[in-house]
Design a protein around this ligand. Structure first.
Ligand SMILES: [Zn+2]
Length: 207
């Protein structure tokens, strides 16, 4: 007598999660260049970094506008000893329902205040002529744009650099996962266009 056991193998569908991998990155030719990308080992000055880059560096001329990458609330405006003028914006939740906190660092003149709401594409600052004044700007004028999940509110103690603004500064979130046109597709902001909530547009103006 035989007993037949019907073995049911749970068919596990392993979805290739959009948010798990690093997509190939396409930067529109009319966008100001990424001079050091997320996870790069090379700095904006083309010299090796001591650790992988946790954000994006966007190069540009003195006076280049810096744009809010999405609607949001300005949490903080600060001048870091290393980062220079910096804005932290809470951009709400991404399509994955995770918080998107953006630190915009190495700025020149800032045109927003803490507590203020901003709209996507709004000019929040400009690049300045201070790239030799702040060590973290490494002598090359650029925006450092970094995403995290948690803002460092309150007392900063001796924190400097990314961890001064983002509790998870050492584990930067990949901005290429959140572009409005889809993962890896750097999306220029164009006035009059509408973009899905929780997605990002490029923080510098395309031509
Ligand atoms: Zn950087």
């Amino acid at each position: 007598m035989y007993t037949f056991l019907s073995v049911v193998v749970a068919s596990t569908v392993i979805a290739s999660s959009t948010f798990a991998k690093s997509p190939p990155v396409q930067v529109p030719s009319n966008a100001p260049p990424i001079i050091s990308d997320y996870k790069s080992r090379m700095g904006a000055n083309n010299l090796p970094r001591s650790s992988r880059h946790q954000g994006l560096d966007v190069g540009g001329p003195n006076g280049m506008a810096i744009l809010a990458a999405a609607d949001g609330a300005v949490k903080e405006v600060d001048v870091g000893t290393c980062w220079g003028p910096t804005i932290v914006i809470d951009h709400g939740l991404g399509p994955d329902r995770k918080p998107l906190i953006a630190a915009y660092g190495h700025l020149g003149p800032v045109s927003v205040k803490a507590g203020q709401r901003v709209k996507r594409g709004q000019v929040i600052a400009k690049l300045g002529n201070n790239h030799k004044e702040f060590r973290c700007i490494v002598g090359v004028r650029h925006l450092h744009f970094q995403l995290g999940r948690k803002w460092r509110s309150g007392a900063k103690g001796t924190y400097w650099g990314h961890v001064r603004y983002l509790v998870d500064g050492k584990k930067g979130v990949n901005p290429h996962l959140y572009w409005a046109d889809g993962p890896g597709k750097v999306t220029c902001f164009q006035k009059g266009n509408s973009y899905p909530q929780g997605t990002l547009t490029y923080p510098a103006p395309c031509k």
